[in-house]
Design a protein around this ligand. Structure first.
Ligand code: SF4
Length: 223
């Protein structure tokens, strides 16, 4: 898929973007992927399992899953019932099992069982969208990518870094604002901020360090 990068309709001032990035560095200097993995395949599997599930739960499930089905070949040949049972506690296990086996079979057939290190090939794997692909590229291959999950989409909109709802459009808005070498770290920092401070229902604006630079927070915080 080709999507044109475009700036938000009213792009934030570069000084405000720099201020937010600096504060994120102060708040979350060590932000990183919290899905346990030892190679790109394990991260691909863990990321597919993390949809609608906590990373903690996924980390409880993956050791047993990889002990039983250690790589794409084993996953491709597994009995669907066994696979579903192994991942049941992550939720949506029928769809996730289909995605895992589809991706595993495609990897075996098209890539010799090796996870490709580029976006175009990754997003052609069944069950793998740009979000999953960017997680794998950023955290397993060291290739920067912006991951737009529910937290990143929400926080970016509140900060006025995007006006879009579509995750791919949000991703391109953020790519236009954030220096490429920071994309992966930025994604992890914003995910943490969304989990800890800028929560969906009750953002904790009065105690948020980003408040002086956040249009949503200023509009919803009494002076
Ligand atoms: S000020 Fe409020 S809305 Fe803005 S980032 Fe902080 S918690 Fe979120």
């Amino acid at each position: 898929m080709t999507t044109q990068a475009k700036a938000p309709s009213q792009p934030p001032a570069p000084t405000r973007v720099r201020a937010v990035l600096g504060l994120l560095d102060r708040l979350y200097p060590q932000a990183k992927c919290t899905l346990d993995h030892q190679d790109p395949w394990q991260l691909l599997v863990a990321t597919i399992l993390s949809a609608q599930c906590t990373d903690e739960r996924v980390n409880q499930v993956t050791p047993g899953l990889f002990a039983r089905l250690p790589g794409p070949e084993a996953m491709a040949k597994a009995e669907p019932e066994e696979l579903m049972e192994l991942i049941r506690s992550t939720g949506f296990f029928r769809n996730k099992a289909k995605s895992l086996q589809g991706a595993a079979r495609a990897l075996v057939e098209r890539h010799g069982g090796i996870v490709p290190g580029n976006l175009d090939d990754l997003v052609k794997l069944p069950g793998v969208g740009r979000k999953t692909a960017n997680v794998v590229l950023g955290d397993a291959f060291g290739i920067p990518g912006i991951t737009v999950d529910t937290h990143v989409g929400r926080v970016a909109k509140r900060l006025g870094f995007t006006t879009q709802d579509d995750p791919v459009k949000v991703e391109f808005d953020l790519m236009a604002l954030v220096p490429p070498k920071r994309w992966t770290l930025f994604s992890h920092q914003v995910i943490l901020h969304g989990r800890r401070v800028c929560q969906a229902k009750k953002p904790r604006c009065p105690e948020c360090l980003l408040l002086p630079h956040c249009p949503h927070g200023q509009a919803h915080t009494p002076a």
